[in-house]
Design a protein around this ligand. Structure first.
Ligand SMILES: [Zn+2]
Length: 395
């Protein structure tokens, strides 16, 4: 959505509207002009003389800001079926399956990668997502990582979705590579990654993956190259990654299954958003659901994401992440929707999405429900009825 022309649209017939800037509004309408929110409020207060504006009648349904998916890996090829089957039989996850996807992704043509990823983004749009972060990390050579960034740029230009590209060269150590040399190569690729559209740098800092020292080095170089910082932290074990995220000024630390109260306090003090990925916990069968309350108690702002990837969370649906956040992680319904919109926008340091204040992007997910609570309660049902991006109905 790089060109982002935007359109005029009046969404009316909203039985309920969550703007994330104030209390829910009953019997509401939203007016979008030139792709931006121009007015929201009770329909009876709608200004007169709107002229010939296209109308979407929501038929009494509830709408929220378009979902912001703050953590995905949607550019990939191949299958992790065997690993999934083994996990169902009790084999624990150690991050090694990433190499299976690296081999398949490097073997795929650019055409194939584009079409596979575009289908996933389309699915996400159908679930109400209008902004997504997308990571590299299945290339693991400079050439292949930059090719992934080019695919992300193509998706952003081609599809009606806002993408945030993240360079994740330090996703896993490629087989047979010397650790120091590989980290040098990741650091050396940063300036090129910026030229290929990366806005963020991420590292999988965890037991058996990249160490605190290696991560500190990559993050320092990434900051010098002008990239924003985020981190895969405390997923497999407690390593100190969340505290490093606070020290390094990361916008977010993601996963956090093993985060401590002390880590959480450091994150809160540094303004690091905690990104919850409950579909991963479900998919891994780890039962590590407790981090949300640790983070909340410390005052960390919460975000939600799908972590859409072939191995540990094959899921494009933010409403499903919202359901799990409520049912398994103990978030309140309003807290989960806020994390899936405004919190996730803050994790991406964007103030133009994740809410429907005047001037925000005209992005809405109209839910196929009269109330947002019904989306959490109604399991297995499609949650989104229509998706609007920049005032255009895109699904
Ligand atoms: Zn991830």
């Amino acid at each position: 959505m790089t060109r982002d022309a935007g359109a005029d649209l009046l969404v009316r017939g909203l039985g309920r509207l969550l703007t994330m800037t104030g209390d829910p509004v009953e019997d509401a309408a939203v007016l979008v002009r030139g792709g931006r929110v121009a007015w929201t409020g009770p329909a009876r207060d709608l200004p007169a003389g709107l002229g010939d504006v296209p109308v979407l009648d929501a038929g009494g349904r509830c709408a929220v800001p378009g979902f912001v998916d703050a953590h995905t890996h949607v550019v990939f090829a191949g299958s992790r079926r065997d690993e999934f089957t083994a996990r169902l039989a009790g084999v624990p996850y150690d991050g090694g399956g990433i190499r299976t996807t690296v081999a398949a992704t490097c073997a795929a043509s650019t055409e194939e990668l584009r079409s596979l990823a575009a289908a996933r983004v389309r699915t996400a749009l159908g679930h109400g997502t209008t902004t997504m972060e997308v990571k590299t990390g299945y290339g693991l050579t400079p050439q292949e990582e930059l090719r992934m960034l080019d695919v992300i740029a193509w998706l952003d230009e081609t599809l009606p979705v806002r993408l945030e590209a993240t360079y994740l060269g330090a996703h896993v150590l490629p087989e047979g590579r010397d650790r120091g040399e590989y980290v040098d190569e990741v650091v050396g690729t940063l300036p090129e990654a910026v030229r290929h559209g990366a806005r963020w740098c991420d590292v999988f800092c965890d037991a058996g993956v990249f160490t605190l020292e290696e991560t500190r080095r990559v993050l320092g170089a990434a900051r010098a190259a002008g990239l924003g910082l985020r981190l895969h932290a405390e997923e497999l074990a407690h390593t100190g990654a969340a505290r490093l995220a606070a020290e390094a000024g990361c916008a977010s630390a993601d996963h956090l299954e093993h985060v401590s109260a002390e880590d959480a306090r450091a994150m809160a003090a540094a303004g690091v958003v905690g990104v919850l990925l409950p579909t991963v916990t479900l998919s891994l069968g780890s039962q590590a659901w407790g981090q949300a309350s640790v983070l909340r108690d410390a005052g960390v702002e919460l975000a939600l994401a799908t972590d859409c990837n072939p191995g540990t969370s094959w899921c494009e649906s933010m409403p499903f992440a919202v359901q799990l956040a409520c049912l398994a992680q103990g978030l309140a319904v309003d807290e989960a929707f806020r994390a899936a919109t405004l919190g996730a926008a803050h994790a991406l340091r964007r103030d133009d999405v994740g809410h429907l204040g005047v001037g925000a992007r005209g992005d809405l997910a109209v839910l196929d429900a009269a109330h947002e609570t019904d989306v959490v309660a109604h399991l297995g049902a499609p949650a989104a009825w229509r998706t609007v991006a920049s005032g255009v109905q895109v699904e």
